[in-house]
Design a protein around this ligand. Structure first.
Ligand SMILES: Cc1cc2nc3c(=O)[nH]c(=O)nc-3n(C[C@H](O)[C@H](O)[C@H](O)COP(=O)(O)O)c2cc1C
Length: 169
């Protein structure tokens, strides 16, 4: 599939089969993540790969909208190192770019994913940071559920010409 078709056909997947995600596919996702653009090219990210059933289930309890982690076979917590980038708005934008690269890389390899918002929800950030034992200077930004899809989703129509403005509003 070409990149444009991959972008349009990616959907959030919330039901997964028991088949584990191969380590080489996870590594490819992480490589894609690290090629995302970042403010001043600081690349201030860290990634925590979570595959143990116990941890996935616990994160599903901690995060209020992460029920799909009960069937996910992996998750990636995308974090920002505040010692490398002190501006949390940039940290959020950098991590979002890395997150989208992970979703697209996963989709290309037949892996379903769901982006779970963490930053800027203080309670989620604190509970996840405590559970994963993040150092003080590391900010959890997004959590990504991963696994082989156990559901198929249609591609919705989202192109809205009236949201496009040329030169001036
Ligand atoms: C910042 C952000 C936070 C999100 N948080 C959650 C979440 O907590 N739980 C969830 O199930 N989906 C979450 N999503 C996924 C969205 O619900 C999903 O992307 C949206 O409904 C569009 O569907 P699609 O991904 O299939 O195109 C989040 C997406 C973004 C970008």
């Amino acid at each position: 599939m070409n990149l444009h078709d991959l972008i349009l056909s990616r959907r959030s997947i919330r039901n997964f089969t028991e088949k584990p995600v191969e380590p080489e596919k996870i590594n490819k996702m992480l490589e894609a993540a690290m090629y995302a653009p970042s403010a001043r090219n600081y690349q201030p990210w860290h990634f925590v790969v979570i595959q143990k059933r116990l941890h996935l289930d616990r994160l599903s309890d901690i995060h209020p909208y992460a029920g799909m982690l009960e069937t996910a076979t992996a998750a990636i917590l995308v974090c920002a190192d505040k010692n490398l980038e002190s501006n949390d708005s940039y940290n959020a934008q950098n991590a979002a770019a890395a997150t989208q690269n992970i979703l697209l890389s996963a989709h290309e390899d037949g892996i379903g994913s769901c982006w779970l918002g963490v930053y800027p929800r203080e309670e989620r950030m604190k509970n996840i940071a405590d559970y994963i034992k993040l150092p003080e200077h590391v900010l959890p930004v997004t959590l990504i559920a991963l696994g082989y899809p156990a559901e198929e989703k249609e591609q919705p129509e989202r192109f809205l010409p009236d949201r496009i403005h040329y030169e001036r509003w």
